[in-house]
Design a protein around this ligand. Structure first.
Ligand code: PGA
Length: 249
């Protein structure tokens, strides 16, 4: 039985004090147990303070750079995350790819750097509306996954969380139907099986992301190959965040 992992992605929202207040208010109300991981990916400036107040909520970075240190103005390194005790980092979000020009190679390097430091990469993939309409979603995602996992061992691959986020469903209110999401997540599991083996495919966690809300999370997480959600907008409001992570009641 795979665990479930539901992670809020705050993107560039909230100030440090608002973030601390939010975590203090919701943390004790999160019913996380050994079968469900509840997380929030916060802007890097808040990681340190928020990490100190979160007990039930797992704090994630939204990005990192792959070099250990150096002249990379504005970036944060894996050792910096390690020093704060951060255990998860989102990499390759479509906004990072599209707005900041991140390539599959950079994302692959980030995954390797994180795994070497025992931090779980939440590696995002997903197609644009045009790719979806052209019917080439699977080819697109296969290329992202193949390049993203290049040079990663089977043992390490199992530790990665894949987030499938169709770009046309992010922040648009247009959620992929549970059937569409399940179909692509199943294909992703098959891609992983072909790169590695059945065991890695059975163990790896695959999230869906894109307009997930308390109202639709159950239908999405009921799908066989969907093990969690990466949630933007609906994770910013306390009641709504609790509605997501405590969806089982
Ligand atoms: P959304 O964002 O839930 O607001 O659609 C999801 C994401 O970008 O991770």
């Amino acid at each position: 039985m795979r665990k479930q992992i539901i992670v809020g992605n705050w993107k560039m929202f909230k100030t440090n004090s608002q973030a601390i207040e939010f975590i203090k208010s919701v943390d004790s109300k999160v019913k996380a147990d050994e079968n469900i991981i509840a997380g929030i990916a916060v802007p890097s400036i808040m990681l340190s303070d928020v990490q100190k107040v979160a007990k039930n909520i797992v704090i994630s970075a939204q990005n990192c750079y792959f070099e250990q240190e150096g002249a990379f103005t504005g970036e944060i390194s894996v050792p910096m995350l390690q020093d704060l005790g951060i255990k998860y980092a989102v990499i390759g979000h479509s906004e990072r790819r599209d707005i900041f020009g991140e390539t599959d190679e950079m994302i692959n390097n980030k995954a390797k750097a994180l795994l070497a430091a025992s931090i779980t990469p939440i590696l995002c993939c997903g197609e644009s509306l045009k790719t979806y309409e052209d019917g080439t979603t699977i080819d697109w995602v296969k290329s992202q996954i193949t390049k993203g996992f290049e040079g990663i061992s089977a043992d390490d691959a199992k530790k990665v969380v894949i987030a499938y986020e169709p770009i046309w469903a992010i922040g648009t209110g247009k959620v992929a139907t549970p059937e569409i999401a399940q179909n692509v997540c199943k294909e992703i599991r098959d891609i992983i099986k072909n790169i590695y083996n059945q065991n890695v495919a059975d163990e790896i966690l695959i999230q869906y992301g894109g307009s997930v809300k308390p109202e639709n999370i159950k239908d999405i997480l009921d799908q066989t190959d969907i093990d969690g959600a990466l949630v933007g907008g609906a994770s910013l409001i306390e009641d709504s965040y609790l509605g997501l992570v405590n969806y089982k009641g």
